[in-house]
Design a binder for this molecule. Sequence first.
Ligand SMILES: Cc1cc2nc3c(=O)[nH]c(=O)nc-3n(C[C@H](O)[C@H](O)[C@H](O)COP(=O)(O)OP(=O)(O)OC[C@H]3O[C@@H](n4cnc5c(N)ncnc54)[C@H](O)[C@@H]3O)c2cc1C
Length: 472
Amino acid sequence: MRPNMPGPAQTAAPSTPRRVLIVGAGLAGSLLAVYLARAGWKVEIVERRADPRARRFAAGRSINLAISARGIKALRRAGLEDAVMKDAIRMGGRMVHPVEGAAGYQPYSADPTRAINSVSRSALNLALLDAAAAEPNVTVSFDERCAGVDFARDAASAEVAFVNDATGATRTVRADLVVGADGAYSAVRGALQRTERFDYAQEFLGHGYKELHIPPVASGPHAPFAMEPNALHIWPRGESMMIALPNPDGSFTCTLFWRHDGAGSSFASVKTGADALAHFSAVYPDAVPLMPTLADDFAKNPVGVMVTVRCSPWTRGRVTLIGDAAHAIVPFYGQGANASFEDCEALADALADAIASNRSIDDALRAYEAARIANANAIADMALRNFIEMRDLTGRTSFKWRKKIEHALHRVMPATFVPLYDLVSFSTVPYSEAKARGAANDRAVRTVVGVAVSLAVAAVAAAILVATGAVP
Ligand SMILES: Cc1cc2nc3c(=O)[nH]c(=O)nc-3n(C[C@H](O)[C@H](O)[C@H](O)COP(=O)(O)OP(=O)(O)OC[C@H]3O[C@@H](n4cnc5c(N)ncnc54)[C@H](O)[C@@H]3O)c2cc1C
């Protein structure tokens, strides 16, 4: 790789490394900084929040997220797989909790070695930030909010305005490339929205989310865990659900997904801690004894909103988007961070390819965007669909049979029939290809079920004919 090689569209050969400004030191921004710094770029990251490294040892409850094949691949490339995965907890399937009766385990894959991984969100962000800050050509500043973008200072750079909300201080940063990694409510995307012919769609979910807590226990079959640790726990209740992911300290982070409005399980109708205790006793009875701080947590913890954002183009001049800034998705496939990490790989690869083949940064941005937008839209669709699967279908017998058929077909035809969950979570097949293959799988399963039903009907009919003496 030759990071200083000029492309044809550039006016002057850069004798110093190219400069990239990354807005946002979240998961995607920090990982991209590592990749580009190692490729020879001079990287400046500017983050709105305070430096999380100052609070590194502060006690607090864990919030986790599921990392799977795509995320692990991207972490491996940065040399961070072992550091992150050593504290991860494998979740090989769903543990589905009905209102009455025992919880049942549903494996994610026919291959029992496959699992998604519960990791601490803050530990992951810190590991990425530490790795970025350890690169000699990276600078990171905090407490500065992106307040505006000038897309075309000249054809080969862009400029971003920052403000420190505490002091009122402002400054501008100019770079050869500006990457908006500033999350679902991105200010960089906001500036793009004010440019010509920018397509933008934002869809808020009618459901919000609230995080709750199951603490470690001193005794019991899974101690220090109050429940089976190697599973993602789901309480599917049709229109709503609760999930719980394990943490290394033996606790679980629960997330309640309820409607904002309406009756029943909704944040409008269940308002206080006392309301929550009564409601949980009826709807999630087996969880209540495991949640001693339920009433307090419910009253104290905020309700989050979930949004799907689709936009195009992601690039204008020397400004581009990655991660949630480019494609916020709902969390039901556990893929937002995984997809964001894939963006980082795709952008770093496109830039390296362009530089190595003497093409311009503009070319690289076009190639990156072309490679990613359809995939981002595909995982956005699949994530919305998976909400229905998690909150409703996982509790149904027909769903369990469907999964059994899918796993059986995969065992018989491992190369040609790969279930959608495996394609999304345990492979790096592009999301749009996974979505298309998932639709073909649906047709194949319907055919198998149709043939099985026809054979069963024929067998019953034959038995009736024999029993009634209609045929000897
Ligand atoms: C409830 C929930 C559960 C989830 N579970 C999973 C999961 O299991 N698996 C998974 O893969 N994904 C999951 N996700 C999605 C995942 O959290 C996101 O996709 C991921 O954090 C995106 O990374 P990012 O760097 O693009 O954005 P972020 O992590 O949001 O980082 C953006 C950064 O930009 C900073 N910033 C914002 N505005 C500005 C500004 N104006 N100027 C400067 N800096 C700014 C922010 O402070 C932040 O540090 C979940 C999301 C939610 C809400």
